[in-house]
Design a protein around this ligand. Structure first.
Ligand code: TRP
Length: 458
């Protein structure tokens, strides 16, 4: 999709197309797998409130910043910084994005592979006969070849889509499939909250317990917001360059953030009450939820639903598609870099990116099996990539992006871009700029520094 400047640039055909593509990138395993997991690891209700606060205060302003950088420069993440700040080291923000893309895709493809396994288990009927879901997950994820096979399939399909540039085709059916996923999640969430004992979980999610909050919780909420909204890495700079000049960027950012957050909350309503219903009497912390959480809890919910085996097939299929629309947007950042900066062909760029990310990916996948005792900072490779990408790399990326817009691009260029050269009027524009220039950098800076000095960063 990123072509030479002398060719007509690809662009999104409609307003809905913009939102569908950005929401396609945003909505994925981050919402359905990661959000319920970090929420239960960080005490529930208070974490949710912090999360929502960060989406509004930092998420939407950073998303708007990325869109405005990309649309103004009409280039990929690197090219954009080079063009808007020539002769400065700002292009390094693009380099950070590449490294972050490596880290994210390496472990994301592990989890995306798991969803394929569960799709396979659902379709063959195995899943509806499992009694011990925890054992089922542990037995599968600790193997060597089977999880790797699924991970390679994910990387292969992602590469084919990125290489062939068939995103337009994909977009067409994600426009149907993603709303279907949302409806299905709503359905499953309804089943979950009506299970016996589920109300404890609803309370856990919506009644904040501030005593569970530490600096690290705050950093995790910020990192999760960045991860889920796909910000801090340059994905939305690239997408911004395809957005038409008359698009209302602030409105688009807000709509994407609302969609993404609603799905994350629904997903946690689907998962968390069920944890309580299936393990009555125990508190969540003592259950010490891990990366298998969703795969251990949801199959039990499906088992308790009429037509559950059909729904489980549909659900894991749609979740795989949701993961794919996100993996594409991550790989694209690396491919665009290799193609434009190192002047490689699209095919070569895709090959190099996918193979090198897969090498790291193998280590992430094997973290649940033969490499489970190989740790760095007391974390497995998977845990380290998962933790560091969101909480350190994306957070730092987001900080640099708001500093760029607030202090380098400046007020008049920014307002000019988001007002479509003065055609749109809104009192909100100046307020958002103020947040981008002062509030967001200070907030991110304080959280990062406080976590680092008070608790140690990992
Ligand atoms: N937001 C996606 C999810 O929630 C993951 C993702 C896709 C992402 N592109 C990204 C995260 C860019 C950070 C940056 O599943």
């Amino acid at each position: 999709m990123i072509e030479n400047n002398n060719q007509i640039r690809d662009s999104f055909g409609s307003k809905f197309g913009v939102i569908a593509a950005a929401a396609g990138s945003a909505v994925g395993l981050g919402n359905i797998w990661r959000f319920p997991l970090v929420t239960t690891q960080n005490g529930g209700g208070a974490f949710l409130l912090l999360y929502i606060g960060f989406v509004i205060l930092i998420g939407i302003p950073v998303m708007l910043s990325e869109f405005s950088i990309g649309r103004r420069a009409q280039l990929n993440a690197f090219g954009s910084f080079k063009k808007l700040a020539p002769g400065t080291p700002w292009f390094l923000v693009g380099s950070l994005g590449i490294i972050t893309a490596f880290a994210i895709l390496a472990f994301y493809s592990t989890v995306a592979g798991w969803t394929l396994e569960y799709f396979a288990q659902a379709i063959t009927g195995k899943l509806s006969h499992v009694n011990d879901m925890q054992k089922n997950f542990a037995d599968f994820s600790s193997q060597t070849y089977r999880p790797l096979m699924w991970q390679f399939i994910i990387m292969l399909v992602t590469s084919v889509v990125v290489f062939a540039g068939i995103k337009k085709g994909i977009e067409k059916f994600t426009k149907i499939l993603m709303p279907l996923l949302a409806v299905l999640i709503l359905f499953v969430a309804f089943r979950s909250v009506t299970l016996e004992g589920a109300m404890e979980g609803v309370k856990y999610l919506f009644v904040p317990d501030w005593s569970a909050v530490s600096f690290k919780t705050v950093l995790m909420a910020l990192g999760q917001a960045a991860f889920s909204l796909s910000i801090g890495m340059g994905t939305l700079i690239t997408y911004g360059s395809y957005i038409q000049k008359d698009n209302h960027l602030l409105r688009t950012s807000t709509q994407v953030a609302i969609t993404d957050t609603s799905i994350a909350i629904l997903a946690s309503l689907m998962v968390i009450p069920a944890i309580f219903a299936f393990s009555p009497g125990s508190d969540v912390a003592s259950l010490s939820p891990g990366p298998g959480l969703v795969f251990e809890v949801l199959p039990n919910v499906f088992k308790s639903m009429p037509g559950g085996s059909f729904f489980s097939v549909l659900f894991f299929f749609l979740l795989s598609v949701a993961a794919l629309t996100s993996t594409i947007s991550v790989l694209e950042v690396v491919v665009a870099y290799l193609k434009e900066e190192l002047r490689l062909s699209r095919g070569m760029a895709t090959l190099i990116a996918a193979v090198s990310i897969s090498v790291l990916g193998v280590l992430a996948t094997l973290s649940f099996g033969v490499m489970r005792d190989f740790t760095i900072f007391e974390m497995t490779v998977f845990d380290l990539l998962n933790y560091a990408s969101a909480n350190i790399m994306l957070t730092f990326g987001a900080l640099l992006i708001v500093v760029f817009v607030g202090w380098r691009m400046g007020k008049s260029d920014f307002i000019n871009e988001i007002s479509n050269q003065g055609n749109l009027k809104s009192n909100l524009f100046k307020g958002v700029y103020f947040i981008i220039r002062y509030i967001a950098p200070v907030a991110i800076g304080i959280i990062a520094i406080a976590t680092f000095f008070i608790q140690g960063i990992v």
